[in-house]
Every structure is written in C-alpha cells, then in structure tokens.
Design a protein around this ligand. Structure first.
Ligand code: HEM
Length: 416
C-alpha cells in the first residue's frame, strides 16, 4: 500500500489522544511516512526506530529550533534565549541536544548523578513523599489523581534533590513549568517570553547557589555528584553547561514521570483484572511499570536530523531532513509484541519497549522513574481499595504532539 492512503493526522488532537489505529495504519501502509503538514518523516516500526537510535552519526540530535517550528515560533525562541542570557545563562546545547563524541563527555558526567546506589539512596524519600501524598486525600475517599498524586510525586522528589523544602514545592512547579514553556508552545508574544525567561533565570540563580554550595561542601546527593571533579581527561562542567543539564534533568524528569504514573493508574482502572493481579502479586511491579511504558509511552515521539541522504524502510530521505521517531508506535509493533494492543502486566518481553529510547541517549533517569512507579503503586494498592473512575467524570488528555498526558483523573476508592 502507498503513503497516499494514510488517513488522518497526528496533528489532530483526537488522533493524538488515541493514536493506536493511526499507528497501525502507518506501520502497515507507510512505515516511514513524510507528513505532508510538516515535512517530517514519521518513523513507526520497531526495527526502523532501532536502526535510527543506534546510528547517531547518521541520525543526529543536534537540531535547530527553526527546523522544528515555523519562523514565528523560532523568532520567539531566539528572543527567549536572548532574554535568558541577559538575566542568567542562555541555553547552550548539551547532552540530549548533542551527538557523540561531544555527548559522551556529558553522559559520563551526568551518569554519576543517577547511579544505582544514588537512586537507592533516594528510595526512603520517595516512600515518605508517596505516603504523605496519600495521607493528604485518603480520608475523602476521592481525589484528582493527576493533580494530587501523579504530578506532586516526581515534582517533590526532584525539588528535594535540588534542596527545596516542602513549603517551596509551588516555587519548584512554577520554575519547572517555565522551563517547559518553550517546548509546550507557551511563548506567544514578548510578554510571555519575558515572563517565562524571568522565572527560568530566577531558578538558574537559585541553582547556581546550590551547585556552588555542593561543590564546596559535598553531601553525597545528586547535585554533589554533578559538580564533583571529573575523571582525569574530562573537562569539568562550566556553570553554563551545568545550568543546561539541570534544565534537562528537571524538564526530562518531571512531567514524563507524572504522565507515566497517571497513565498507569488509568490503565489499572480500565483493566480491573490486571489491577487485581498486581494487588495479589507485587513481584509484578517492575514488569507492570515496563508494560505501562510500552502500552502508553509518556513520550510518544522525539526528533532526529539526517546528516546525509539515507534510505530507511525503503524510503529515500535527503540530508538535513527531520525525522519524528515515534516510540509509542514502535512499542505496539506486533512483530515484536504479539497481541500488542492487549495491556498485559505479565507480558514476557515488556522490557524491550523503547519508551525510554535506546542507544547513546537512553534515558538517564530510567532507574529513578521505574523506582518511583514501583513504590507509588505498591503503596497505593496497600492503602486504597475499590479504585474506580469517579461517577460522571470524563477523562481528558492534554493536547500535544509528542507527550501523552492526562489533564485530570478523578477517582473514588475505599479504605480497609
Ligand atoms: C517515565 C518517565 C520518563 C520517560 C518516559 C523518559 C523518556 C526519555 C526519553 C525517550 C529519552 C531519550 C531522548 C532521545 O532519544 O533523544 C530520555 C532522555 C533523558 N531523560 Fe528521561 N524519561 C523519563 C524520566 C526521566 C527522569 C526521572 C529523569 C531525570 C531525573 C530524566 C532525564 C533524562 C535526561 C537528562 C535525558 C537525556 C539523556 C541523553 O541525551 O543522554 N528522564 N528520557
């Protein structure tokens, strides 16, 4: 079949809110498909994604905003950078925006901040925050799971890592929202540029203080590891680079994890048999987290740029083209995941999903995100029974091209 026969568009909010049928159509008819609306090449099968992710020399992460957005948006993006540079530290390309070998140095240095022992040391804090959040709504027998649990949990975990206390969680949220604003299309005019850049600069000055404090007096936490002297041969990170890495840690670790927790709860209430299975057998928690990431990936897709002309999936792609690699579709590819449309927490290859990517840019926060999901659902299932969607509630997804987010998830429950 030909690409001409592709019906619908991922830019249509309804398709993006429930993209399974669209993905199936793409994989069957045009696995590498040039979106007429954007000129991006959508990549949708597991094997093609694997090929792209394992060849950073051909498929680069170094992409200019002009290549992703129209001139008006790019102009506002440049204004934002100038404003940020005048108030704090402008954005420099580090880590996720770079390719090996430049990327390799950033990766070595950031890996030290999220080692398995580091993540293990965060477990008591994650458990405490999880219980405090459940305490805050349990007596009501109802909650908005997204606003009262899914977002505050990863938010508080990161906020504590950057030295904020409980009373400053709203400050953290304001800063994180500002850092996310450019990617979420919230820069609409000069006033919004000034507003969000001002807030990000405020966060930068706060972070600069904490980073310098940790450099002088290391505490063994994530930030201390980030500013620790590098191995011989690696240049230490400048404050400019550290600010950009902090931006990526905060934006990469907050809404993504919140969305994963929200999607996980929705999947459980929609599949009561799976919820019961998990309630009875907590050894399935890790596989459950992976199956959620496979079935409803929080990051549905990201971008790459071709550094040369190349043939992918039988399609000729010119040099300097933008690829939109759709993790969410690869994770539903029947050739790897039989009965891919079934949410099955006992699936024996769920961990092969690409929801955290693969290759050099594999998510550095994956162990933390999985740990947070496992602790969250262990405690939620211990403390809440009969979890269900609140009567009359409608489930709404946030509009968006590459994130898969719930706006709210009103629940009712009983307690034993
Ligand atoms: C369920 C939650 C999460 C999801 C779905 C997710 C998803 C992803 C994906 C798909 C990438 C790959 C980007 C690429 O291929 O170019 C990535 C990279 C990254 N993630 Fe995550 N992430 C999550 C949680 C976290 C957390 C908790 C942190 C930090 C605390 C984090 C920090 C990062 C960073 C810094 C990168 C860039 C790594 C690099 O380029 O080498 N992520 N993440």
């Amino acid at each position: 079949m030909s690409a001409d026969a592709i019906e619908g568009s991922l830019l249509d909010p309804q398709t993006a809110a429930c993209p399974w049928a669209y993905y199936a159509q793409m994989r069957a008819k045009a696995p590498v498909y040039r979106m007429p609306e954007t000129g991006f090449y959508l990549v949708s099968t597991y094997d093609d994604l694997k090929e792209v992710l394992s060849d950073p020399g051909t498929y680069s992460n170094d992409i200019m905003i002009e290549q992703l957005a129209g001139e008006a948006v790019a102009h506002l993006g440049r204004q934002y950078d100038e404003k940020l540079a005048s108030l704090g530290w402008g954005h420099v390309q580090t880590l996720q925006r770079t390719d090996p070998p430049v990327h390799s140095r950033y990766r070595r240095l950031i890996n030290r901040a999220l080692t398995p022992p580091m993540v293990k040391s965060m477990i008591p804090g994650v458990e405490r925050i999880t219980d405090e959040l459940i305490d805050s709504f349990i007596s009501r027998g109802s909650c908005d799971f997204v606003a009262e649990f899914a977002f505050p949990l990863p938010g508080k975990v990161i906020a504590e890592q950057i030295g904020l206390d409980e009373t400053q969680i709203n400050t953290f949220k304001t800063w994180a929202d500002a850092m996310l604003a450019p990617a979420q299309g919230l820069l609409t005019d000069e006033a919004s540029v000034a507003h969000y850049a001002g807030l990000e600069a405020e966060a930068q000055h706060y972070l600069a203080g904490v980073l310098e404090e940790r450099r002088a007096n290391p505490t063994g936490d994530m930030l201390s590891a980030l500013v620790a002297a590098p191995e011989e041969g690696d240049e230490p990170l400048s404050m400019h680079e550290l600010q950009n890495l902090m931006n990526q840690l905060i934006t990469g670790g907050y809404t993504t994890t919140a969305d994963a927790i929200g999607n996980a709860m929705l999947l459980l209430v929609e599949h009561p048999d799976q919820m019961e299975l998990l309630r009875r057998d907590r050894s399935l928690l890790h596989n459950f987290a992976d199956e959620v990431m496979r079935y409803a990936s929080s990051v549905q897709g990201l971008f790459r740029r071709t550094t040369r002309s190349v043939v992918l999936g039988g399609v000729e792609i010119p040099e300097d083209s933008i690829l939109h690699i759709r993790y969410g579709s690869a994770n539903l590819d029947e050739s790897v995941f039989p009965q891919a449309d079934t949410f099955d927490i006992r699936r024996n290859n769920a961990s092969k999903h690409l929801g955290f990517s693969r290759g050099p840019h594999f998510c550095v926060g994956q162990p933390l995100a999985i740990q947070e999901m496992m602790i969250a659902f262990d405690r939620l299932l211990d403390r809440l029974d009969d979890i269900a969607i609140a009567p009359g509630a409608t489930i709404e997804r946030a509009p968006g091209f590459f994130l898969y987010s719930l706006v709210s998830l009103p629940l009712t429950f009983t307690t034993s």
